[in-house]
Ligand binder design. Structure first.
Ligand SMILES: [Zn+2]
Ligand SMILES: [Zn+2]
Length: 250
């Protein structure tokens, strides 16, 4: 593990450190994006507003409350993973990346992790929209009919429990560089914040090209929140298209 500091301290310290990192990351990124998009003169914002409804204070407070709870839940499998990493019991590796094949694998592993995460998210998300399940597990996220950047982490505790363990378990089996793990965490956070922003930050030209056809953006996920069905994916439109649940982005 040369070159990467191993987090010190007993498990509880690692857990509380992770809770803090997750919370600070959430508050900083959601706060900055919320300010840039919702609190400035709309004329100055270089993005397309997806709704005329300004988020209410009550919605934002609800999103922050659930996101704080989620931070405590997500940190638990993360802390277990770090403990196991210290003992050498995971597939996470560190040190310099070896030549061209090392870099090819690094990119491949990043894509594979995103695809597996997207697949797990799509199917569990679809299941959570079943009538018998929705109110107990997923309704908290959908209280935001028009979400804000603060909704990026707002899940009912049951939903957070269902999703939080997936990537740490995958990291026990599929080799991934610790730098890739950190890069993926940044990508995941930015993706979640932008998809709930209520504003489309990507230019129309991108949305009409391969970028918009392959990737999920705010326009796509906003439709999921306003219609309560369809567009269940997380990063890619792949499963929505294959399963016929993709609402065409206008
Ligand atoms: Zn949903
Ligand atoms: Zn959402």
């Amino acid at each position: 593990m040369a070159g990467w500091p191993i987090p010190p301290g007993p498990g509880i310290v690692i857990y509380l450190t992770l809770v803090t990192i997750i919370l600070v990351r959430y508050i900083t990124i959601a706060g900055v994006i919320h300010y840039l998009l919702w609190m400035r003169d709309p004329e100055k914002v270089r993005a397309e507003q997806l709704t005329q409804r300004k988020p209410t204070r009550e919605t934002v407070m609800h999103e922050i409350r659930l996101s704080t709870l989620s931070s405590f839940i997500y940190a638990a499998p993360g802390a277990v993973l770090i403990e196991m990493w210290k003992q050498g019991g995971t597939a996470i590796y560190s040190g310099p990346i070896d030549g061209v094949f090392g870099w090819i694998y690094t990119l491949f592993s990043a894509g594979l992790y995103l695809f597996l995460h997207d697949t797990y998210f799509y199917w569990t998300h679809r299941w959570m929209h079943c009538r018998a399940v929705f109110s107990r597990i997923h309704a908290g996220h959908h209280r935001s009919v028009q979400p804000t950047p603060w909704a990026s982490f707002s899940f009912d505790p049951a939903e957070a429990l269902i999703s939080a363990w997936f990537l740490p378990v995958i990291a026990l089996f599929i080799p991934i560089h610790v730098g890739t793990v950190l890069a993926l965490l940044v990508i995941m956070t930015m993706n979640a914040v932008f998809n709930h922003a209520g504003w489309e930050i990507y230019p129309k030209k991108w949305l009409n090209g391969w970028f918009g056809r392959v990737l999920i953006t705010a326009t796509h996920h906003n439709l999921h929140h306003t219609r309560f069905s369809g567009n269940y994916g997380l990063y890619f439109r792949f499963w929505d298209r294959v399963m016929g649940t993709d609402h065409d982005v206008p």
